[in-house]
Design a protein around this ligand. Structure first.
Ligand code: PMP
Length: 427
């Protein structure tokens, strides 16, 4: 069924470490060889062996409107004909910045970079420069990219591959990253009290998606906002996954809470390499060339990537119902999965928020990294491979979220639910 994929993987492994350019693409956690994709359209992937798969990864989030979305594809084609990068300012950078500032509450300016990692790394540097303090608080199981300061109890591939604390991160760097427990304000307060006037920022995924999906409990984000306000700490929302996904204005809009700095990635690039960070004027003024916090990029804001991002944001802006549709589709999927897993007597917890969802094979509530880690990985492996055989492609790790796209039809969702039923019927 995957003969050609396996042959391509054997060849790739000779020249690329582990055969992949990002570890999360490997199947180490579930066993087997990764599937090589040839093309994609709408909600479907087509692999090198001619299999058709319903896609719940969607390039790990960007493809919120489905693969090869025509307005994005056309914008990229047209732009490419005129040159892809000049290293000078271009009008389209202002167009997308203006649109992002309109869509996201509480930000005056935005700076484009090339990945979510860069966005978060730069946001933390800006917070340190602004507050003139060094330490940061992050949460176990949250992932903010592979920059040194964040590879401390990191989620996503870092935990899937057994390196939540990566070798190569110096102790000097690690000691400035303080670790709190998601959904536990007490753990944050204790760190603040033990490090008085030393903490520059708290960074978090305001709806976590890198230890599976874990929504913030009632009062958690509000509590963090208030702790930050009382202790001269900046609150950074890493909306790389949630931005332009959970609503036009991300979690800030959905939960009506303002962060001081917000980071973006994934959807904002429409599938091209784009990240961004944004804040109110007073903070952004500290960034070079206005201020002394340095941050730069040869390809940052290049017209090719901006054309994809702009087409994506315009499509979302012009379709106010899209987020409601995404929520409804995800809730339908959640309810269907709950029904069949209950019927088949499986121990499970499904977390869902907006168009993010994850299935944990444990019947404990999943509210933080420790409870996410209780999931039965043998069950997850069986589920993953079973779903794949039925033509449904979910992330090859329990520490990831499913990304729902508007290209999915209710027939696709029904097929997914039926697949989950037949996969778990005889466990
Ligand atoms: N922050 C979050 C919340 C993410 O989910 C990711 C990527 N999964 C990143 C940061 C890093 O983004 P990138 O992979 O584009 O560097």
């Amino acid at each position: 069924m995957y003969k050609r994929s396996s042959a391509l993987f054997t060849e790739a492994k000779k020249y690329i470490p582990g055969g992949v350019n990002s570890p999360v693409r490997a199947f180490n956690a579930v066993g087997g060889d990764p599937i090589f994709i040839k093309e994609a359209k709408g909600a479907y992937l087509y692999d090198e062996d001619g299999n058709e798969l319903i896609d719940y990864i969607n390039s790990w989030g960007p493809m919120i409107l489905g693969h090869a979305y025509p307005p994005v594809v056309n914008a990229v084609i047209e732009r490419t004909k005129k040159g892809t990068s000049f290293g000078t300012p271009t009008e389209i950078e202002t167009e997308i910045a203006k649109l992002a500032v309109e869509m996201v509450p509480g930000i005056d300016q935005i700076r484009m970079v090339n990945s979510g990692t860069e966005a978060c790394m730069s946001a933390v540097r800006l917070a340190r420069g602004f507050t003139k303090k060094d330490k940061i608080i992050k949460f176990a199981g949250c992932y903010h990219g592979h920059s040194d300061s964040f590879l401390i109890q990191a989620g996503s591939g870092a935990v899937t591959f057994g390196s939540p604390n990566s070798p190569g991160v110096t102790q000097g760097t690690a000691k400035d990253t303080l670790l709190a427990t998601y959904n536990d304000l007490g753990s944050v307060e204790a760190l603040i009290n033990a490090n008085k006037n030393e903490i520059a920022c708290i960074i978090l995924e305001p709806v976590a998606g890198n230890m599976g999906c874990i929504p913030p409990q009632e009062g958690f984000l509000e509590g963090l906002r208030s702790l930050c306000d009382h202790n001269n700490i900046l609150l950074i929302f890493d909306e790389v996954m949630t931005g332009f996904r959970l609503s036009a204005g991300g979690v800030q809009e959905r939960k009506n809470i303002s962060a001081d700095i917000v980071t973006f990635g994934k959807v904002i690039g429409g599938g091209l390499p784009v990240g961004a960070f944004a804040a109110r004027q007073e903070i952004m003024n500290h960034l070079a060339p206005l201020g002394s916090v340095y941050q730069a990029g040869t390809l940052s804001g290049n017209p090719l990537a901006m054309s994809a991002g702009l087409a994506m944001l315009q499509s979302l802006k012009n379709d106010p119902e899209v987020f409601k549709r995404l929520d409804e589709k995800t809730e339908y999927l959640r309810d269907g999965l709950v029904k069949v897993l209950e019927k088949n007597n499986i121990d499970f917890t499904i977390n869902q928020y907006g168009s993010m969802l994850s299935v944990h094979f444990s019947n404990e509530p999943v509210v933080d990294f420790d409870s996410a880690a209780l999931g039965n990985n043998d069950y997850f492996k069986r589920f993953f491979h079973g779903m794949l055989k039925e033509g449904v492609y979910i992330a090859p790790s329990a520490f990831e979220t499913w990304f729902i796209t508007d290209a999915l039809t209710y027939a696709d969702l029904d097929k997914t639910i039926a697949a989950a039923d037949s996969v778990t019927a005889n466990w």
